[in-house]
Design a protein around this ligand. Structure first.
Ligand code: NI
Length: 182
């Protein structure tokens, strides 16, 4: 298997607001990234800081209010250096197998549910230094890729649950949102 194109990126210690269930942006489709400038790179640095602070392993741009097609990931929760991934304009070009596993999401606080995903995927995209990248992933990394790409299409993992279960979760979160004021 080819080397995974991890990025060396310092953090900018500024937390960005994470949008949550009920916020319209989570249901909107992101737009292709056409230009990688310093502003975007700084935003990515803040995204990593925000993701680590909230103990997430993946974060899509739309979750932090930017309607652009990219996501970041780090399966180690910043416990190992040099495991940061930034994928711009990601597309899954091949996939195989199925696997059920537990998922959560920073935009769906406090909820974990089993979701069926492809077991292996081949992902294509662009790195932060504008190189075309291709990553073969399986297991948790493949799951994160599918989850984050869904975000960029306006889809959440709770959409895979039964309508009853999904409605209950949304109702509970709506109540929680009101009580906690987020
Ligand atoms: Ni998510």
């Amino acid at each position: 298997m080819e080397k995974i194109p991890y990025e060396e990126i310092p953090l900018i210690e500024e937390e960005i607001k994470i949008y949550k269930v009920g916020d319209e942006i989570l249901r909107e489709e992101a737009e292709e990234v056409k230009n990688i400038d310093g502003e975007l790179v700084d935003f990515v640095k803040k995204m990593f800081y925000t993701m680590y602070n909230n103990r997430g392993i993946g974060l899509a741009a739309t979750q932090v209010g930017l309607k652009k097609k990219f996501f970041i990931a780090d399966l180690t929760l910043n416990q190992e250096p040099g495991k940061k991934l930034v994928i711009l304009n990601p597309v899954i070009v091949e996939s195989e197998g199925e696997e059920i596993g537990e998922e959560g999401c920073l935009s769906v606080p406090g909820v974990t549910e089993n979701v069926k995903r492809k077991e292996r995927v081949l992902l294509r995209g662009i790195s932060l230094d504008e190189k075309e990248i291709e990553i073969e992933a399986s297991g948790l990394l493949a799951r994160v890729f599918q989850h984050e790409i869904d975000h960029l299409k306006g889809k959440l993992f709770i959409d895979y649950l039964s309508p009853i279960k999904k409605a209950l979760i949304i109702k509970r979160l709506k109540k929680q949102r009101k009580q906690e004021g987020w």
